[in-house]
Design a protein around this ligand. Structure first.
Ligand SMILES: [Zn+2]
Length: 132
């Protein structure tokens, strides 16, 4: 994969990128309704509460769906790569890339675990690879 575009410098989400740079996956959990959600944001998408907390995730799940991208969408992408939805055990779905696996080795339902690509000192990106 070529150099990825850095995420927006948003203090609301910065802990997510910083944790990924340290090899940790964070999700948000609502203190009001207890639901876990992704993408991380300050307001719960289920009940609109602002009382939310960061929680650690082991980053274990299964591929819900995927596609192999053969045509680069722009600079920073090297093809082919796998774009996938991964369902984590916590019940959230993440849009991500599957790495460390041949593109023809990816299957729906395949168990995967998180891995990380460090882009900068305080910015990492969670990706997924086959669970072995
Ligand atoms: Zn809530």
């Amino acid at each position: 994969m070529a150099q990825r575009t850095l995420p927006e410098d948003d203090p609301e989400i910065a802990p997510f990128w910083r944790a990924a740079a340290e090899g940790k996956l964070l999700l948000k959990r609502c203190d009001a309704c207890s639901k876990v959600y992704y993408f991380p944001r300050a307001v719960c998408p289920h009940c609109w509460s602002r009382k939310t907390s960061w929680i650690g995730s082991p980053g274990v799940g299964r591929i819900h769906s995927y596609t192999v991208v053969h045509l680069s969408p722009g600079p920073g992408f090297s093809v082919p790569y796998v774009l996938a939805y991964v369902d984590l055990d916590e019940g959230v779905r993440m849009l991500t890339n599957i790495v460390n696996c041949p593109t023809d080795g990816v299957e729906i339902g395949m168990p995967v675990k998180v891995t990380f690509e460090k882009l900068q000192e305080k910015v990492g990106v969670p990706l997924f690879e086959p669970a072995r």
